[in-house]
Design a protein around this ligand. Sequence first.
Ligand code: 0PR
Length: 387
Amino acid sequence: MEKEGLPRSSVLNELESRLVEDFTYDSGRIIGSMCTCPHPLASKVYTRFLDRNLGDSGLFPALVKLEKETVHMLGTLLSNPKASGHIVTGGTEANTLALWAAKKLSEKKCCNVVVPASAHYSFDRAADLLGLKIVRVKLNSRFQVDVEAVKKAVNPNTIAIVGVAGTTGLGVVDPIRGLSKIATEENLYLHVDAAFGGFVLPFLKELGFDVPDFDFSLPGVCSITIDPHKMGLAPIPAGGILFRNEKLRKAVAWNVSYLAGGETEQATFVGTRSGASVVAVWALLKHLGKESYRRIVRSCMSLTLKLAGEIRKIDGLDIVAEPTMNIVGIKSGVFDIGRIAEKLRLRKWAVSLFPSHIRIVVMPHVKKQHIEEFLEDLKGIVKEIGG
Ligand code: 0PR
């Protein structure tokens, strides 16, 4: 630390020049990420209410109401206006809270959780933390969890099953209806990870895409992760955990009595908690409404389908599966896909690399011109490698 502080202007200048080497969303080069530029209104209200702390909720009763309204809006989007929950730090916290609730609600002592092979690694971390065992179940030919295999994997020590509505690698939706049936029959907790899909699937459905049921309309679903800081356009951090009802949320609630605002209850992991995140999500839901989110999803999806079509035309490359949402997996039966990713990265394309495919996420900051430039580079690389 400096002995005497530097002037504001030199701190600002240094930051501008030092951080210039980082990727930016508006360059269109980040095409493997689930995050995007926050909406300007969200950034504005976030900064305006930066001091609000939901960790001491007694000080901010109006903000508590705003969080309830936000959860109500998200719950309504997911077919359950009565949902109870919180805006949290992201999908990792939301998924961990869900498993924590499942553990607290169960009387079983030595427990496991059955998840799809495609489940996000946050479930492994949550299980490690909570002393649970993760049982990964194979996928079917469409990269969805195999429901029969889930049925077989469930045993007397199982406390929960997980389904994903928008997998991290391919954006695939698991057969949540089938999982809901198992959960109801076996009296198990069912959590749906719609961290990415939560802000995509309801709008795709309205646009006429064939979207399977994945939300609280299915009776077995106990909780859902839905992240505003992914396709919701909210500033980081903004994840969402919704429980079917207040009783489930209460399972992870903790009473704290000594705070400045008086006795309070905390049902998230962190103590001090960003109220600005809540304000930003509330503002976006109010301002964008279904209409604008639908427009954003429509434009991402149409670009995604174009990209998928063009990739198919490149000799030696193919897509892993027809895109369900704005995620495309690129594979090759001829070339080493890792080598292609490496060459794309050398050309400053921030792609995401899975064991056997490259993942492209067509977020709202990715425009037609970026996709065209990307395809040119991709073709060039294939030519180079193919000799
Ligand atoms: N559930 C699913 C289905 C996810 O895809 C993710 C993260 C999570 C949960 C966890 O969410 P948080 O990262 O908010 O805790 N999905 C992205 C991924 O792993 C996270 C990400 C975002 C990675 C932006 C890179 C990036 O640039 O791909």
